[in-house]
Design a protein around this ligand. Sequence first.
Ligand code: FAD
Ligand code: NAP
Length: 437
Amino acid sequence: MTNQFFVAVIGAGPAGLFGARELANLGARVVLFNRDIKPGGLAEYGIYPNKHIMKNGLRKQFRQVMDLPNLDYYGNVTIGAQGDLTLDDLRALGFQAILVTAGAQGTKWLGLPGENLEGVYHAKDVVYFYNNLPPYSQKKFFFGKRCAVIGAGNVMLDITHYLSREEKVDEVIAVVRRGPAEIKFDKKEMEYVIDSLNQAALDSEIKRVTPIMEAVHQDPAAARASILVALPKALPKISDTKFRFEFLASPVQMIGDENGKLKQVELEDNILVEAKGDTKAKGTGRKRLLDVETVIFAIGDKVDDTFGLPVEWNEFVKNQSPRFPIDGISYESPFEDVFVGGWSRQASSGLVGYARKDGTNASKAVWQYLQTKQPVEANTAAVLAKLKALGKPIVVKDDIKRLEAIETAEAQKRGVEAFKFNNNDEMLQVMGLKETV
Ligand SMILES: Cc1cc2nc3c(=O)[nH]c(=O)nc-3n(C[C@H](O)[C@H](O)[C@H](O)COP(=O)(O)OP(=O)(O)OC[C@H]3O[C@@H](n4cnc5c(N)ncnc54)[C@H](O)[C@@H]3O)c2cc1C
Ligand SMILES: NC(=O)c1ccc[n+]([C@@H]2O[C@H](COP(=O)([O-])OP(=O)(O)OC[C@H]3O[C@@H](n4cnc5c(N)ncnc54)[C@H](OP(=O)(O)O)[C@@H]3O)[C@@H](O)[C@H]2O)c1
């Protein structure tokens, strides 16, 4: 057996898959560990379910990565301080470098009163739910008649899309801490929901915040136009949902009834202040109540702070003086053999294409680090033995092929574009990794 560099990649989202491909193509022996049974990460379980063309195109590319001969895939395996294997376990198995591409799995709690009430959720959980990712797919969510979604990014619009076109709630209110000039979403995503937009409410909101915008030299008419630019391509609405914005407002607490169910969110009005060429929201102290049964925070996520790497703010700590920077970026954790890429490097940042580039560049940094080591005889059998000793079903490449074939056949049988099992037991059973009870 020829000696090779032996690398563990943790997380099979776009960053991990393309990062693993880069390393495998450079000649490393790569083992890809994934928490979920299936590869894909948010491309599989985040991107809106009906974006079939995009999802299928990505799946095709992921399959090519999975087919690489010098890459092993182990799904249903969580790595981390509280996982199935720790980083030290991986080191003991002989891995010379570890690339963490586990996404941003933590929750950005704001520490507001009432965050634990029924009806208060974070977007990632909701998105995983409607994308059929176990165990979120089995959890109960309560989407009331009036729902507030906090944030003004594409995730806010995806949630609004789901609430208006699937749950068909009465009203969705996007609560935005800054103003109409600071929205982060794309026109394309607005096309799905703009037919539900209450334009009269938008106009009165713009009028209300005009003095605050003008105080920081913003143009309210231009901001209004950029929100409405999707109108010519509006998807015809299929529900009576009314969608509106509340600008310059931040939630300060959620208020429940005697049964612990959300009934109101208290908002504080903000003004805008200029800050280093940008703006910041500043609370005015003026508060008001909004009657809602559901609040969903779509404000981005943080990395998993139980993983076993130091975390600062919402991200894993990076070595500020990297030995192997790529395009001036540090992909290095404080541990010399542990690297970070994709949303594990920069939480909730960018599209799939960006995660792909970031994972690839992270691997370039890993490869440069490996040049300071000697190749080894990669003991892949010991890895498999260690995983088998966990006493749980371990999913390998051929299992995924079988699962995909079964799901495709099921979709054809049902006459739908895509079918996904929504619980691990069923997936494991059809792959023959768990007995039917
Ligand atoms: C709601 C939503 C919709 C989106 N829609 C689009 C879109 O339409 N178009 C677009 O281009 N981009 C979209 N994006 C962005 C895109 O999904 C991300 O840029 C990309 O998926 C990030 O890739 P990643 O590999 O860094 O992380 P992720 O995709 O999150 O992948 C992380 C992987 O790590 C695994 N993992 C996690 N923890 C562990 C652990 N401890 N051990 C082992 N494995 C672990 C997970 O199982 C997962 O497979 C969307 C994002 C969201 C949140
Ligand atoms: N269809 C798609 O293409 C698609 C779909 C979903 C996601 N994505 C991508 O995935 C990435 C993440 O999306 P995202 O929507 O989560 O992030 P995002 O675009 O950064 O938007 C986050 C929003 O939350 C607000 N926010 C952050 N912290 C807050 C707080 N403490 N209180 C109140 N509001 C707060 C932000 O306001 P400020 O601006 O004031 O910070 C912003 O409006 C983005 O790159 C996005 O484009 C793409």
